[in-house]
Design a protein around this ligand. Structure first.
Ligand SMILES: [Ca+2]
Ligand SMILES: [Ca+2]
Ligand SMILES: [Ca+2]
Length: 157
């Protein structure tokens, strides 16, 4: 009996540890809102605000690929934001294009700090044209999918 209780305890601890390592906040439409988009020349930037608290390990992918009726096309870029720590509802994030062609790189800050924020580039080329471009935010296990599990917000010019 004692051994089975110990085993049960170990299993429970394992589930809790695995759960805490992989858990992220599930976001849906309207849980973030874009608050600025500038796409002139090489001075691209955009901002969004969280409308829901997020825990550490939550990710959001941004793309300038277009939405065509039922799915995303390809040919442009994907940029994934990972929150390495928790952030609260109302926090605004500022993205600035810092490196242009051929590798497009961005900075991200909240309250002037990049602490707890990581950007990766699953598909290269994330930058805005001066007209007819867009920024779509979604959540999915894969940042390169054409059929995201959950769209969060979108903005275009
Ligand atoms: Ca586009
Ligand atoms: Ca641009
Ligand atoms: Ca583009």
């Amino acid at each position: 009996m004692k051994r089975s209780l110990t085993l049960l305890g170990s299993l429970l601890l394992t589930f809790l540890l695995v759960g805490s390592l992989s858990a992220q906040t599930t976001l849906g439409p309207g849980d973030i809102a874009f608050t600025l988009m500038n796409m002139e020349g090489q001075e691209d930037d955009f901002t969004f605000v969280l409308l829901k608290d997020v825990v550490a390990n939550t990710t959001i992918t941004f793309t300038d690929d277009e939405f065509f009726g039922s799915s995303l096309n390809t040919g442009e870029g994907r940029m994934r934001l990972t929150f390495n720590s928790a952030f609260t509802c109302g926090t605004e994030f500022v993205f600035v294009l810092t490196q242009f062609n051929p590798l497009f790189r961005w900075s991200v800050t909240a309250g002037g700090s990049s602490s707890g924020l990581t950007l990766t580039y699953p598909t290269e080329g994330f930058s805005f044209s001066s007209g007819g471009d867009n920024c779509i935010a979604f959540q999915d296990a894969s940042s390169t999918t054409n059929n995201p599990a959950r769209y969060l917000a979108a903005i275009n010019n």
